[in-house]
Design a protein around this ligand. Structure first.
Ligand code: ADP
Ligand code: MG
Length: 259
């Protein structure tokens, strides 16, 4: 099993890919609270990064900052060659490139599943409704629930709703997907159906940053893992090194608490 995973990873040829995300010396404060401390991270196109760390370590703030949902105080973020500034147009450009999936699905309850998926591209990408509907239906097929298209969110299970949220993010045709604990609010029996969709997305070559506590997924799908603690990156390594031979005591302690 381990061997096949290794071979698949090699076939990605990440070394030939462009650096699609470049974060340098990123710092963020909430008032006096220093929550992101000098974080550097460069991500190759097609790479899957899993972010781990205890509660309050800055994982959510970090990925929210990448998507301009939080303002940074110093350092730089570059997404697909666009440097994030506080210019509104620039923020819009960055958001078009980055899809985001949260713990809570945040679907519009009074709209059908299909409309939840196609609404944003009609506004932002200026697609015609027919084209948007067709693409949305294709995406519902991709996440395995085309038969739910005309239902409302309240009629779906949590796992199905989260798959809709993934389809909705994909509808914007982002180059990068950010996931913030996408399975943490789900009943245990629904976790795998969402992780399967994410695994397929990773295999399709999507660049992904995933905050998760799902260690099986992390080990199997991540190209690199990053451990955050108190706003700092403690360790950054491929799965074998990270899990079997971590360099830092803090990583060993973290792994001993969760594995
Ligand atoms: P994690 O996702 O790793 O649990 P967060 O990024 O949510 O951590 O939070 C990092 C730190 O920033 C925590 O101390 C948290 O309380 C604080 N924090 C997060 N959001 C805000 C906010 N909007 N205002 C003030 N403090 C915040
Ligand atoms: Mg969080």
């Amino acid at each position: 099993m381990e061997k096949t995973i290794q071979t698949e990873k090699k076939e990605k040829h990440l070394e030939d890919q462009i650096d699609i995300i470049k974060v340098e010396k990123l710092n963020k404060w909430f008032g006096d609270l220093h929550v992101i401390k000098d974080v550097d991270l460069t991500v190759k196109q097609g790479e899957v990064i899993v972010v781990l760390g205890p509660s309050g370590s800055g994982k959510s703030t970090f990925i929210r900052t990448l998507n301009a949902l939080e303002e940074l105080q110093s350092g730089t973020i570059e997404i697909d060659g666009i440097e994030l500034t506080d210019d509104l147009k620039n923020v819009e450009e960055i958001r078009k490139e980055t899809g985001m999936v949260f713990q809570q699905f945040n679907l519009f309850p009074h709209m059908t599943i299909l409309k939840n998926v196609y609404l944003a591209p009609i506004w932002v990408r200026k697609w015609k409704k027919a084209k948007a509907e067709e693409i949305a239906l294709g995406l519902l097929e991709r996440v395995g629930i085309p038969e739910q298209a005309n239902k409302f969110p309240g009629q779906l299970s949590g796992g199905q709703q989260q798959r809709v949220a993934i389809a909705r993010a994909l509808a914007m045709q982002p180059k990068i997907m950010l996931f913030d604990e996408p399975t943490s609010a789900l009943d245990p029996e629904m976790v795998n159906e969402v992780l399967d969709v994410m695994r397929n997305l990773a295999e399709s070559g999507m660049t992904m940053i995933v905050v998760t506590h799902e260690m099986g997924f992390a080990r199997q799908v991540a190209d690199r893992l990053v451990l955050f603690d108190k706003g700092e990156v403690i360790e950054m390594a491929g799965p074998e090194e990270f899990f079997d031979n971590p360099k830092h005591e803090r990583t060993k302690l973290f792994l001993s608490q969760i594995l």
